[in-house]
Structure formats: structure tokens, C-alpha cells
Ligand binder design. Structure first.
Ligand SMILES: Nc1ncnc2c1ncn2[C@@H]1O[C@H](COP(=O)(O)OP(=O)(O)OP(=O)(O)O)[C@@H](O)[C@H]1O
Ligand SMILES: [Mg+2]
Length: 472
């Protein structure tokens, strides 16, 4: 019952006005019919949503709007919820209910909500979503891993074992730690693992933790919110972890990450959530982590420069790639592979070349210790193909560091790893002569001095230089 007071007139007429005002102030559209199906009331919102004007009042609803279901409510007495209606340019949802007084139907009410606005918003959202998807696809294609396990050349048992384990663990979600000297193929392995995993068509984001100053690395990895610090970009910045979402992040040179940041990384590994700098809320992420280092992490742990807890977390699966000097038998295959890649590059430029390499040159390559591993071998072969006038790679085409530090073999057909005494003496002689000439110089007087120190005649020195293919 309405509460009366002195200022309110509660005559029947004014009560009708009162209820009308209430119906008019409702944000949803309202239409009321009497027990004969004649429209008795509509509010302005109903006109707004459906386009039906107040001149419908006093007319049979069914005549005016043949599709209307409200009149059925008078018969079946049932409420209907969420009935979808669509006209040319409008969409709305309708709830219908009978009006029952003393068990008698005196009419029915229809309440409707516009969907046009909702629809517009959802269309806009859909468009934005599509755009986001396209951007995501573009980003994924920009951050594609190039290499697969097929690209890892070498038959050496140690290497094959690492490949075997790496292939097996590719599909697991566990973090992987790849160790090995510089240039052994740590990133090659990381890419191959990503490409064999279920995440292959998602982003592979490499991050060199040693190349980015530690003050910047945190915001690079986690991103930041708007106004996180002066010079922060408007709208904030997405971090590499978010960019790698559903894909793989490759944390190269993890041994160089600052101790503080290591703690934050550990948290990401444990919680699978990141928080942009300056923001309070966290974002869920699903990222596979592959870390790599050329350092001895255990030693860094002992020196308190690497967190023990992070080390154990990362070291669940560890892959150690052997250095090239321990698998010199792979050098010929890798050289062949590298020469073929060069040929392919040339073919793209419409040159057709097929390189061969002299046996003695290959021997030199196999005698060298390769401190820079396969990367260094790749550089040496790039240099050699550049220097070669034809298609045969000769010792002359190798950079000096190789000819200087390698111990040459006489062409015996023997494996360079099984030297005879004679071969070892030859190699030592070559090195000694080379060093002496370097010390004294190249011109004739300097060579005379070198010969004197070596205790041989100038003619013998020339003979030896020729025999050892030393071009001074
Ligand atoms: N077994 C291999 N077969 C073919 N190519 C290889 C092999 N190992 C390495 N490479 C090539 O050598 C180069 C160096 O490899 P990669 O960059 O993966 O080494 P890395 O261990 O990450 O080196 P760094 O520690 O210097 O970053 C790349 O061009 C790579 O493709
Ligand atoms: Mg690398």
C-alpha cells in the first residue's frame, strides 16, 4: 500500500497518474494490454526501443502488431522470458507476464530491453578482436623460430644423444636449460625444440639477458603500466613475457641476469603470472621457458651470483652441447652443409656454384681447436667462399688464424686425429718457422736473420716455406 502524507493527493485519478509516472521513468520499454488485448499503456522507452508510437493506445495489439505474442499470455497465463525480436533496424529482448488479480486475468505486460546498442558494442568488440588476432598473427610471424632438428648437423655420439633428449622433451611443458660454449648451437637447439613442440605456430621470443642493461631488462620482460615512471609510454608497454604468451621465451645468457631479477623470474615460473611495473593486478601467462648460458651455473650458484632455487627450477631438463673440438669428425659434414647454404644463397641471386674443398684445407679445419665452435666455422667458410676465385676452397682461402693455429698434415689420407710422429714433427716445424718469420719480418734481410736463428741456410728456409705452403 502506498504511504499517504499531507502533500500527496491520492484520488483514483492521481493514483493512475502516479503509476503512469513510475512506468514512464523505467529504463526498460513497457507495454500493457487489458484482458481483451487492447493496448492501454506504453512508456517512451518502449517507443524508443521498438519504434511503436503512443497512437497504438486504445487499439487491439494483434491488429497493430500481428507478430506480438503478448496476447497469448492472456490465454496460457505463462510468463515468457528473453524472447528475441528483430525488426528492420531494431533488435530487442522481451519478457512477458500476465497481470492476475483475484485469480482473474485483467491484462498482460511486456517489458523489453534494446539489443541494438549491445549489438553495436559487440560488433565493435568483434572487429577489435579480429584486429587483435591479425596483429597477434603478424607478431607470431615476426617471431618465428627458423630452425628444426633437421638443421642440426653432426653424427658425433655426444651430439646425437643431446638431440635425442631434446626431441623427446620438446613436447613437455617443463623448462629447459641449454648449456654449451659460445657458438655451439644453443639457440639452434632452442628453436628446434620450439618448432617440434605444440607451440610451433606461436611466437618464439629470444631475449639476450647479457645484451640488455639490467635496469631495462625488467621492463622489457614484464612491461609497464601507464605512468609507471617518467618517460613511460602512454598506455604502458607490453613485456616480452606477454608477447610470448602461448609460445616460447628463450632467455639467452641467463647467467648474466641480475640477482634481483632472478627472484622475479622465479616467481613467474612458479605462479605463471606476471605483473607489469607500476601495476597492481597480475596477468596470467602461459609461456614455455628455454634458458641458455655458456657459463657454469653451478659455479655461479656457489659464488652466490645465481640463485640456487632458480637454478633447480630451470635445470629440470638440462642439455649440454659438446664443443666442436670434441666432435671434429662432424667438421666435414658441417662444412658441406655450410657450403650448400652459401650455394643456395647464391642461387637466389641467380648464380649457380658448387663448391668443393681441398683435402688439405679440410685437414687444416680439423686440426684447429675452434674456440668459437660452429659459429666460428661458419664465419671461416663465409670468408673462404668470399676469397675463393673459383669453386675450390684452398688453404690460401682460410683466414690466417686457422692456418696459424692449425697443425697441418701432409696428405697421407690418414685421419688427422691419428697423427704419426713424422706428421707431428712436420706440424711442429711449420708452426716454429711461421712464428719465427712473423717475429723477424717478411723481407729478405729479415728472412736471413730468421734463417740464422733457426740454424739453417736461407735456401733451406725457402724450401721449407714452400713445402709447408707458408706464403711469406
Ligand atoms: N650442429 C650444427 N649444425 C649446423 N649448424 C649449426 C650447428 N651448431 C651451430 N650451428 C650454427 O652455428 C651458428 C651459431 O649457433 P647458435 O647461435 O645457436 O650458437 P649459440 O650457442 O647460441 O652461441 P652464443 O653462445 O654465441 O650465442 C648458427 O648459425 C647455427 O645455425
Ligand atoms: Mg646464442
Amino acid at each position: 500500500m502506498l504511504q499517504q502524507n499531507n502533500t500527496t493527493d491520492f484520488s483514483l485519478e492521481s493514483q493512475i497518474e502516479w503509476w503512469k509516472a513510475i512506468v514512464y521513468s523505467i529504463n526498460d520499454g513497457v507495454l500493457v494490454i487489458d484482458h481483451e488485448g487492447i493496448v492501454r499503456l506504453i512508456n517512451p522507452e518502449y517507443t524508443q526501443i521498438t519504434g511503436v508510437t503512443p497512437d497504438i493506445i486504445g487499439k487491439p495489439l494483434k491488429e497493430y502488431r500481428p507478430g506480438a505474442q503478448l496476447t497469448e499470455t492472456l490465454i496460457d497465463r505463462k510468463c515468457k522470458v528473453g524472447v528475441y525480436r528483430k525488426t528492420e533496424d531494431r533488435e530487442y529482448m522481451v519478457d512477458m507476464a500476465p497481470i492476475i488479480v483475484n485469480n482473474r486475468i485483467i491484462g498482460a505486460v511486456s517489458v523489453c530491453k534494446s539489443l541494438t546498442e549491445v549489438h553495436k558494442l559487440s560488433q565493435e568488440l568483434k572487429k577489435k578482436g579480429e584486429k587483435l588476432e591479425q596483429l597477434e598473427k603478424r607478431m607470431n610471424s615476426l617471431y618465428q623460430a627458423k630452425y628444426t632438428f633437421e638443421d642440426i648437423i653432426g653424427k658425433n655420439g655426444g651430439l646425437r644423444e643431446v638431440v635425442y633428449v631434446a626431441e623427446k622433451v620438446s613436447e613437455s611443458e617443463l623448462p629447459i636449460l641449454v648449456t654449451g660454449e659460445s657458438g655451439t648451437g644453443k639457440e639452434l637447439f632452442a628453436q628446434a625444440i620450439h618448432n617440434k613442440s605444440n607451440r610451433f605456430n606461436r611466437a618464439f621470443i629470444p631475449v639476450n639477458c647479457a645484451a640488455i642493461p639490467s635496469s631495462l631488462l625488467e621492463s622489457e620482460l614484464f612491461g609497464y603500466g601507464e605512468g609507471a615512471f617518467t618517460n613511460a609510454k602512454k598506455g604502458g608497454k607490453i613485456g616480452l613475457f606477454e608477447m610470448a604468451n602461448n609460445g616460447t621465451i628463450f632467455l639467452d645468457e641467463i647467467g648474466d641476469m641480475s640477482y634481483d631479477l632472478q627472484a622475479k623470474l622465479l616467481r613467474v615460473l612458479q605462479e605463471k603470472k606476471i605483473r607489469r611495473i607500476g601495476e597492481t593486478s597480475e596477468r596470467e601467462i602461459d609461456v614455455r621457458i628455454i634458458a641458455a648460458t655458456h657459463r657454469d651455473l653451478e659455479q655461479l650458484v656457489n659464488k652466490n651470483r645465481f640463485r640456487e632455487d632458480l637454478f633447480y627450477r630451470l635445470n629440470v631438463i638440462s642439455l649440454h652441447i659438446p664443443p666442436l673440438r670434441d666432435r671434429k669428425e662432424d667438421i666435414p659434414d658441417i662444412v658441406q652443409f655450410l657450403l650448400q647454404s652459401t650455394e643456395m644463397n647464391l642461387l637466389q641471386n641467380k648464380f649457380s656454384l658448387s663448391y668443393t674443398i681441398e683435402k688439405q684445407t679440410m685437414n687444416l679445419l680439423q686440426m684447429y681447436e675452434w674456440p668459437g665452435n660452429v659459429r666460428e666455422l661458419k664465419n671461416v667458410m663465409d670468408y673462404a667462399t668470399c676469397m675463393a676465385e673459383g669453386t675450390v676452397i684452398k688453404t690460401d682461402h682460410l683466414s690466417e688464424i686457422i692456418t696459424k693455429k692449425s697443425v697441418p698434415l701432409i696428405e697421407s689420407g690418414e685421419s688427422p686425429l691419428n697423427q704419426t710422429l713424422q706428421e707431428a714433427m712436420e706440424a711442429a716445424e711449420r708452426n716454429f718457422i711461421q712464428d719465427t718469420i712473423k717475429r723477424f719480418g717478411h723481407d729478405i734481410d729479415e728472412k736471413k736473420k730468421a734463417a740464422k736463428v733457426l740454424g739453417i741456410s736461407l735456401a733451406t728456409l725457402y724450401n721449407k716455406l714452400k713445402r709447408h705452403k707458408l706464403h711469406f
